[in-house]
Design a protein around this ligand. Structure first.
Ligand code: BG6
Length: 463
């Protein structure tokens, strides 16, 4: 296990999309916050030079928001660039020179998984992998078998404790707050189980399409893109037991226990949809069978959650952009005031993005002589303006060697085991109109007289 803080940051794929959208802004924010002074080496096979990389970094950061010339100058002074083929040992010789006296570098593979093996072997052969850490991006494979193969490749050179698999959802404040809210409060734990909770719904809706990423989306689809990773991670934070400590190992063990208790999905409890117009996107096949929407029911076979359905729904081109968890409680044993049973159940609503909101749905008496009530919602809003972006948070943690917010090989493989039965094909994709909540068939996933709760535009607090 590498103990010291990393003393050089090397990222492969420096001229790519991820570097432009996320990595440069995160590095800039780290420099801006102070305390980040290590050399930053961009790697690519693009025929670029350092000036061109700096221009790209400037453009990315200006595009992302606040830009200060003095801070950019500090970042720019740390930047180096190495151009070359990842299969060519000469590229790694150049990298070794660029690393200079660094003793414990961190390598970020912001490149397609098909190139991972050339890069890790290149690092090993040039002697650059000793005492080093590795950051890898999702997707970690396409299914269980390919994820296991990928892990074997990485483990040939890096120990598991030196591998940092990024799931940027885990770097979000609102997602970390799920854990905090559950275990820092006393009032939740007594009711956070099958005795009181009827079902849990998680909706990740995006009001936009594939935004020019048609070719990428054709390789993944919604289930691989956001369900196998982001949303199963959210489920785990909602479902896990309290860890006996907050060190990374104990936390990871509790999460893994839940992943292992998730029942592999039953194709009969999954609906796949595709928005009309997807097949006209550039890079998308005219007869594409890739889903841009998925709705499914997940079961977790533990003492706490037996028979409590976890409903997951995610899609592109839905009516709103919002990710929300809704935990619906069972009704009181007797309906004393409203025998018609028409009033809604109590619930917790946890809005994870774009706003951070916790709502508690309750019933309160209406003014008047009758014992009649109305639904009310108690709301706590979180102002997240000074929040670090998930990438800033996660890259900083990786450089310091803190593995708490990263996923391990066993967790990733357990998550693939859950979704594997529905990846093989055979489940139809049902068309839906952009701007709707997916195909009508998705309604059937939710049973017991329940319906999907569609996230609404969040009203801001009264002044
Ligand atoms: C990414 C997916 O991992 O997460 C995208 O590839 C998706 O398709 C994105 O839009 C959503 O993340 P966020 O942080 O923008 O909600």
């Amino acid at each position: 296990m590498v103990k010291m803080e990393s003393d050089a940051f090397v990222f492969f794929g420096a001229t790519g999309d991820l570097a432009y959208k996320k990595i440069f802004p995160a590095l800039y924010a780290m420099v801006h916050r102070g305390g980040f002074h290590i050399p930053i080496i961009g790697m690519a096979r693009a025929g670029w030079d350092l000036d061109r990389l700096k221009a790209r970094a400037r453009d990315s950061i200006e595009h992302n928001g606040d830009f200060e010339e003095a801070c950019f100058a500090k970042l720019s002074a740390l930047l180096r660039y190495v151009d070359g083929d990842y299969a060519d040992p000469a590229t790694f010789v150049q990298l070794k020179t660029a690393l200079g006296l660094a003793k414990s570098p961190i390598y970020y593979l912001a490149i397609p998984p098909s190139m991972f093996s050339s890069v890790v072997r290149g690092l090993q052969q040039c002697g650059c992998a000793t005492n080093a850490r590795l950051i890898v991006e999702k997707p970690f494979g396409r299914d269980l078998a390919s994820a296991q193969a990928l892990d074997r490749t990485l483990h040939e050179v890096f120990e598991e404790s030196s591998i940092f698999r990024i799931d940027h959802y885990l770097g979000k404040e609102a997602v970390q707050n799920l854990l905090y809210f559950r275990f820092a409060n006393t009032f939740l734990e007594p009711i956070w189980n099958r005795e009181y909770i009827r079902d849990i719904q998680i909706t990740m809706a995006e009001s936009f399409g594939v935004q020019g990423r048609g070719a990428f989306y054709e390789e993944v689809g919604t289930i691989r893109d956001v369900v196998q990773n982001h949303l199963l991670q959210v489920v785990t934070l909602l479902a896990m037991d309290a860890p006996a400590g907050h060190d990374s190992k104990t936390m990871q063990a509790e999460k893994l226990r839940i992943f292992r208790a998730m029942r592999p999905l039953d194709p009969k409890e999954v609906v796949r949809g595709q928005f009309r117009g997807y097949r006209d996107e550039s890079g998308v096949a005219k007869d594409s069978q890739i889903e841009t929407f998925a709705a499914l029911r997940l079961r977790i076979d533990t003492w706490r959650w037996a028979d409590v359905p976890f409903y997951i729904r995610a899609g592109k081109n839905l009516p709103i952009t919002a990710t929300e968890v809704r935990v619906t409680l069972r009704r009181p044993p007797l309906a004393i005031f409203d025998p018609s049973d028409a009033m809604p159940s109590n619930y917790f609503r946890l809005r994870l993005s774009p706003e951070v909101v916790i709502g508690e749905g309750a019933l309160a008496k209406l003014n008047g002589e009758d014992m009649r009530g109305e639904p009310v919602e108690l709301i706590a809003r979180h102002n997240s303006q000074s929040e670090k972006s998930p990438y800033e948070r996660l890259l900083g943690d990786a450089v310091r060697g803190d593995t708490s917010l990263f996923t391990q090989d066993e967790t990733v493989e357990a998550a693939w085991r859950v979704v594997d039965p529905i990846l093989a094909g055979g489940l139809p994709v049902i068309p839906y109109e952009p701007g709707t909540w997916g195909p009508d068939a998705a309604a059937k996933i939710v049973d017991g007289g329940e319906t999907w709760h569609d996230p609404q535009v969040e009203r801001s607090s009264p002044c």
